[in-house]
Unconditional design. Structure first.
Length: 313
């Protein structure tokens, strides 16, 4: 199987990794192994533990294992990061670096059988691995109100009610089984003038919401961040690349709450601050963005945001 995934913002990420001392590192979203391989090649690594919920990642991990005996991949959800680390060969208490790349792997997008893409005909799946449901289950069994809530809350889709209504109408005639069928229903639900102005595919937000829901991504991230804080050693870096506003907001809020930075629960209320002790120092005051050269080389990187915090306690 060809590895189609290009690691996003790799050079910026490498700039936060210490070059002098020997380090222990967790690549919490292994994907195609781009980060892991580059880091193993360029840095003084004692142990690199990779995690991914998708069983297909073993194919790419096996190639790295042949070259590096200080590398180990364990399949599992990153929300279970603490228990996963306990399964590793070398029992490591604290890590110097933990990296999360929250984007969908190109190996998943380009494989039509996985059902992630609205541009490739495939079954309505979207299971990243270890999920209890598929997009087919949701689209064909959930009530109209539930579908609308999913599309609005997780995709920030303004036309969620109309999309949900048209999905229910369509499935009464024939069950919706493929990605292109769903994409067509969504596209027809949006006003024609709006579609002409859109810079993204009309089905983008709906597909995003479905994927997030099927894989419980937001809750997984919240749990993983809290557990990662316990696994980081003093002076260690938490490095996170996000690709859409909901997950970036979770990361931003987590950093703010754990650093003592003032934050707003709502724009209508005054700024608040948590009481200590504070465990993080925010390194990136604003998220870093990919350089123009990278966006030209890898257009999928254009929406990436990189945030970094350092453990101080």
């Amino acid at each position: 199987m060809n590895n189609l995934h290009k690691p996003v913002m790799l050079n910026q990420i490498k700039s936060f990794i210490p070059k002098i001392k020997k380090i222990n590192l967790i690549d919490a979203t292994f994907g195609g192994g781009g980060y892991s391989k580059a880091i193993l090649n360029e840095f003084n690594i004692d142990n690199l533990i990779a995690i991914d919920r998708d069983p297909i990642t073993k194919i790419f991990a096996n190639k790295i294992k042949k070259e590096f005996n200080n590398f180990e991949l364990i399949n599992g959800r990153f929300s279970n990061i603490d228990n996963i680390i306990n399964q590793t060969k070398n029992k490591i208490d604290k890590f110097d670096i933990i990296i999360f790349d929250l984007g969908l792997s190109s190996n998943q997008i380009e494989n039509s059988k996985r059902g992630f893409s609205f541009q490739k005909d495939g079954p309505l799946d979207m299971n990243m691995g270890l999920s209890e449901k598929t997009a087919y289950d949701v689209i064909n069994n959930y009530q109209e109100k539930n579908l609308s809530e999913i599309f609005f809350k997780l995709g920030e889709e303004k036309f969620s009610k109309k999309i949900a209504r048209n999905i229910v109408k369509s499935r009464k005639i024939k069950l919706i089984t493929t990605t292109l069928e769903l994409a067509d229903i969504v596209s027809k639900s949006l006003p024609g003038l709006l579609k002409k102005k859109l810079k993204i595919h009309p089905a983008t937000k709906t597909f995003q919401a479905l994927r997030i829901y099927v894989n419980n991504e937001m809750e997984e991230l919240k749990i993983a961040l809290q557990k990662s804080l316990d696994l980081l050693g003093k002076g260690g870096f938490l490095i996170i690349v996000s690709f859409q506003s909901l997950e970036d907001r979770i990361v931003k809020d987590f950093f703010n709450h754990n650093s003592g930075k003032r934050w707003r629960s709502s724009r209508h209320y005054p700024e608040l601050a948590d009481n200590g002790p504070f465990t993080l120092k925010i390194i990136t005051k604003k998220p870093l963005r990919p350089l123009e050269e990278e966006i030209k080389f890898n257009p999928r990187s254009r929406s990436a945001k990189l945030r970094v915090a350092q453990k101080i306690l």
